[in-house]
Design a protein around this ligand. Structure first.
Ligand SMILES: [Fe+2]
Length: 344
């Protein structure tokens, strides 16, 4: 009994301390978040934020481009306080379109390393993700695997699948290739990759893994966390797919594996700037970062939090070392090249 009371007291003390850290002056405040993140587990984080601060969160979910266009059209009347997008390229675009405002915060400086935020503080990373090779171990020997560039080799003819060129994850991968290889070589890369596709691009990232297992292709380019989600899915087939495939981090001896972030910024016309900053401070805090890592299998950006054990079991990796703003600077050219080289 004593132990139970002590546990309860500890719980309340922790809750109050957390509440103090993030301020509790919310009252009936409501902030509006435009978010592209499409993971149900995010809702638990917003609920927790409301519990701690009293600030309610009104969520508007849509695609990145739709949200950016909507904010732009709404102008000064936009109800958006925070914009959350799962792609550094689009975050950069939102900044360039004057949809975000710079934010300074000691907590954010503590939570988010410089490489995962905008150089002028317009947006801060929330999670990091790696775009890797997922392959079938019966049909691919790990010794065959090396780099993104190698996927244009004729030995891969008819063996590769990925999503369409309308997908922002692939657009940012392409933008990174432009930054690293230069435009002409990146174009040659895209053309060679398309030559080796097993089919016209279709489906989402999970579908790529499923189709590798189904024998449509031997290797897929996709984000790591979908394998984590499938391994922990309530659908037994997804678990089987997750257990069958293997993950490979490309370019470890050259330019590193392509990474991207999902991130958040405060809207230029927000009428609740303090509360908006509080939300981003919370989402980058140790508690929220633990949740992103454990519920969605993304890499935490807050260095105080370790990745999930599953991610650690895949091993550490060297990431591409290019400023994330480059994904935005090259995004239009990336889409043009993909279209011209037949990446559907
Ligand atoms: Fe995703």
């Amino acid at each position: 009994m004593k132990k139970m009371i002590l546990t309860l007291v500890m719980f309340f003390v922790t809750t109050i301390l957390t509440a103090c850290q993030f301020g509790n002056a919310g009252g009936d405040k409501v902030i509006t978040v435009y978010t592209e993140r499409h993971y149900d587990t995010d809702q638990l984080l917003y609920d927790r934020f409301t519990e701690i601060t009293g600030i309610k969160v009104n969520l508007i979910r849509d695609g990145a481009d739709q949200l950016i266009t909507r904010m732009d059209n709404e102008g000064e009347d936009s109800p958006a306080d925070v914009l959350i997008i799962a792609d550094a390229g689009r975050l950069h675009r939102a900044k360039e379109m004057n949809l975000l405002q710079p934010v300074t915060s000691d907590l954010l400086d503590e939570h988010v390393p410089n490489k995962y935020k905008d150089v002028d503080d317009y947006w801060y990373g929330l999670t990091m993700r790696a775009r890797v090779f997922v392959y079938h171990p019966d049909r691919v020997d790990v010794s065959e695997l090396s780099t993104y560039e190698d996927l244009t080799d004729s030995k891969w003819a008819g063996r590769i699948i990925t999503r369409t060129s309308t997908n922002i994850y692939n657009q940012s991968l392409m933008a990174a290739m432009i930054e690293i290889l230069g435009e002409q070589q990146a174009r040659t890369w895209a053309s060679g990759l398309v030559q080796n596709f097993a089919r016209d691009p279709q489906g989402n990232d999970r579908d790529q893994a499923k189709d590798v297992v189904a024998g449509v292709a031997d290797l897929a380019i996709m984000n790591t966390y979908y394998i984590g989600r499938m391994l922990n899915s309530s659908d037994p087939y997804e678990v089987e797919v997750g257990e069958t495939v293997r993950i490979f981090f490309p370019n470890q001896e050259t330019t590193g594996t392509h990474i991207n972030v999902s991130g958040a910024g405060v809207a230029t016309h927000s009428k609740n700037v303090d509360e908006a900053i509080q939300l981003i401070e919370f989402l980058t805090s140790e508690e929220a970062q633990r949740s992103y890592a454990d519920a969605n299998y993304e890499y935490p950006i807050n260095p105080a939090i370790e990745p999930h054990d599953l991610l650690k079991s895949w091993g550490s990796f060297i990431a591409q070392d290019i400023p994330l703003s480059k994904l935005g600077e090259h995004s239009v050219q990336a889409t043009i090249i993909m279209n011209e080289e037949g990446w559907k």
